[in-house]
Design a protein around this ligand. Structure first.
Ligand SMILES: Cc1cc2nc3c(=O)[nH]c(=O)nc-3n(C[C@H](O)[C@H](O)[C@H](O)COP(=O)(O)OP(=O)(O)OC[C@H]3O[C@@H](n4cnc5c(N)ncnc54)[C@H](O)[C@@H]3O)c2cc1C
Ligand code: SF4
Ligand code: SF4
Ligand code: SF4
Length: 378
């Protein structure tokens, strides 16, 4: 019988991959202890499989770092002072970059880009792992080491027209940041900030708790709110998209707040309810229960803020120090309402929206986990 608390890739396969919960992040393959001798690999569809089962050391590392397993929840919760229902936070506010060049290209208020650029300028980091838009719907991980590179990776602006041949397999809003960090370890970039979804930041926090090299190079984590990632190659085929009369050439920006927003080159924004767009969400995302990136240094999203502003949740002491410095030096400005009591009302409203979306995600996650489990049994 398997000893308690000793896992292997077989457990990961059973509990995550065969249960349709694998988000294809590549963490297990990249951080496998037998990586050099090649125990695991990604198959043609992007799922991890044994390459050579005999090379497996039965160490359980792959199981522990997977964002879909929870063997270390207690340790990580304790380290990040986690509390129900949305984790620890010290402040919540709407803010934006004071730099118009950043605001022009940012998804929301450009807080992420402005903060990272500021941290680079002040020498707090040597680079930031961001996601560079290669075309309208395709992004890839990159380490940005200059302000210009950060601005290039901001928001969803594109200099090139999307090519239809790019609309093939793998067209997803999910960018494999964790796999990229493993490759960065070899480059010896010393201190990086990372921008990632809750599953990605969660996996990095687990690796840091386990002291897995090179997770130690991540010295600051910016966590994006995340309702889901989409398999974008299916977007344009869907009847519900066709009913809006949109073609890929019409789209200028993609964003998610309370709903899915496609802004056309004409300037018109089409709002699509999240429920409607669930059919192009990745299965693993439908079963995911994480929303507000509870283990990040700061969490950010559009939810709760007016257009042109980013919602900021300051979670750790480091997050508080970096944000305070950026505000003090005028790199980022808070949205200030006319009457101080309005700031408090807005803050409460945002917190309750984050709680509401966290609850929605939890119940959706539970529903899909149950469905996937039943599918497996039948
Ligand atoms: C896949 C995804 C889902 C999201 N879901 C929600 C949601 O449901 N509700 C909500 O309120 N907000 C959501 N957000 C966050 C929101 O869209 C903004 O990214 C956030 O408000 C920061 O805005 P900003 O203007 O400050 O960022 P910017 O200054 O524009 O910087 C954005 C940063 O995010 C990086 N980035 C972009 N795409 C990815 C990606 N796929 N993976 C990792 N990094 C990336 C960019 O490289 C850039 O560094 C989501 C973001 C992503 C990427
Ligand atoms: S060697 Fe360890 S990390 Fe690699 S597959 Fe086996 S159990 Fe997983
Ligand atoms: S979610 Fe990531 S770590 Fe987990 S099984 Fe899939 S590829 Fe591996
Ligand atoms: S919904 Fe977001 S956090 Fe959850 S698995 Fe998908 S990308 Fe990761």
């Amino acid at each position: 019988m398997k000893p308690e608390n000793i896992w292997s890739f077989d457990d990961l396969r059973e509990e995550v991959i065969l249960a349709d919960l694998c988000g294809k992040c590549g963490g297990c393959v990249s951080f496998c202890s037998a990586n050099r001798i090649g125990a695991l690999m990604m198959d043609d569809s992007g799922y991890p499989v044994y390459k050579d089962k005999d090379s497996c050391l039965q160490c359980g590392m792959c199981y522990m770092v997977c964002p879909q397993t929870h063997p270390m929840k207690e340790e990580v919760d304790e380290k990040y002072n986690w509390k129900e229902p949305i984790g620890n936070f010290m402040d919540v506010f709407s803010a934006r970059s004071t730099d118009l060049d950043i605001r022009k290209v940012a998804t929301d208020g450009g807080v992420v880009t402005a903060l990272l650029a500021h941290m680079l300028d002040r020498g707090h980091i040597d680079g930031a792992v961001v996601s560079l838009g290669k075309s309208l719907l395709k992004r890839e991980a990159k380490v940005a080491t200059t302000r210009e590179e950060l601005i290039d990776a901001a928001g969803t602006h594109f200099s090139e027209v999307p090519h239809l041949e790019e609309m093939g397999e793998g067209y997803s809003t999910f960018v494999p940041i964790v796999k990229y960090i493993q490759q960065l370890g070899g480059v010896k970039t010393v201190r990086v900030a990372v921008v990632g979804t809750p599953c990605q930041i969660g996996a990095i926090r687990k690796m840091q708790t386990l002291n897995i090299v090179p997770a130690d190079i991540v010295t600051f984590a910016v966590g994006l709110f995340c309702m889901q990632c989409f398999e974008m190659e299916h977007l344009m085929d869907k009847p519900f998209i066709r009913q809006y009369g949109i073609t890929v050439d019409d789209i200028a920006r993609v964003n998610i707040k309370e709903d899915f927003m496609l802004t056309m080159k004409s300037g018109v924004t089409v709002h699509i309810p999240l429920k409607e767009i669930e059919e192009i969400a990745r299965p693993a995302c439908l079963a995911c229960e994480l929303f507000s990136n509870d283990y990040a240094d700061i969490s950010v999203g559009g939810l709760g803020s007016p257009d042109g502003y980013t919602t900021v949740m300051v979670r750790t002491v480091k997050g508080k120090e970096m944000m305070a410095d950026a505000l003090y030096r005028g790199v980022i400005e808070r949205k200030v309402r006319k009457y101080p009591e309005d700031n408090e009302i807005e803050k409460k409203r945002t917190i309750s929206l984050v709680k509401e979306f966290t609850g929605l995600k939890k119940s959706r996650g539970l529903k899909y986990r149950k469905q996937f489990r039943n599918k497996k049994i039948t």
